[in-house]
Ligand binder design. Sequence first.
Ligand code: GAL
Length: 402
Amino acid sequence: MIPLLFQVLFIAGVEAASKPQMGWNSWNTFKAKINESLIKDTAAALVKLGLADAGYEYVMIDAGWQAHTRAENGQQQANVSTFPSGIKGVADHVHDLGLKLGIYSDSGIYDCDFHPGSWGYEELDAYTYASWGVDYLKYDNCGGFQAGTISSQERFQKMGQALKESGREIFYALCQWGHQFPWYWADQIADSYRMSGDIYASFASDKSGVCQTAYCLNTGYAGVSVLTMIRKMREISPFQKPGSWADMDMLEIGTNTMNEFEEQTHFSFWAALKSPLIIGADITNISESSLAILLNKEVIAISQDELGVAAAYIPDQSTEGSIQVWGGPLSHQYVVLVLNYGKETANVDLKLQNLPGLDQLCNSTDVKIRDVWGGKDLGKFTEDIHLEDVAVHQTKVLLISC
Ligand code: GAL
């Protein structure tokens, strides 16, 4: 089925994702109502707004690009009325702008909206994506009895192998909603993996039925708030490592559903917990304040830091229900997140000696501290840090250096 040239061009493995991927995805705002112009306009906006330069390199077409049937030769095909240039035409356009193109398929017979999934067609589909110039595959978990009866590992591994043999380097992002706890096995298969059901554009309210911890199951369209997604990462963040990132789902920044502090909190946690940073808003119509958050260089640098270690929850500096403190090492600094998720403004005291791992970076506790969102250096500290007036839903991001 696959031309010999491509079989000969077998590449031994997709290069591991050394840093969490950054880009934009169509699903959160547009659902399946997508078309070629929308994708091209978004790619242009990524460049024009400076987002491409800041690192957002993947333009991802989620569900909704396909025709309802395969072509006569068995290949998946784009809906010709909404994607008249086909995916190859869109990929060429996106590449000309210096960006990369992502596409969506499903590990079942169908995707969630009954377009052809890739089950049984993995090699052909991987080859087709490679021939179109696709750089990224988001691979979902809906569709047909195979999704329920064949193990996730088997279904997702099949496509992973097919991509490796496709002749093109294609980033492989599992979207399997955290079922069967992929933080234990997805690193064998993929560059990133969704750790939960879908995010919901709300800071603190979940849709009904959403459970709070990592070890409980949510389905695809779950509706997990930003705060609950952060809660679930208490169990998962220690598993983060270069090569295979737990994906907290798309950013809801710019969807006009959160205030500035809430959007800062959202971005801070996605960055420090090493989630992929995938914008889900309509960036052709985004507020200056949301854009400034997405472009914050210091927070992006925390995400893309060489060390690849995620911040961890620090229970003995936190107060359940009001203050969460997370911290962890970067390659040359230490990052601390202090989130007020209580009901009133708070003052918070942090003890430097209780920040796990800080002593391995700095010999003494004589440290310098920078307030990232405040954009200012706070000076030198020896034992305690006293933070005044942390607003409701605000996160203070502190960078500690020796
Ligand atoms: C869900 C997935 C979403 C989106 C949607 C498309 O399963 O979690 O992110 O891709 O399918 O139908």
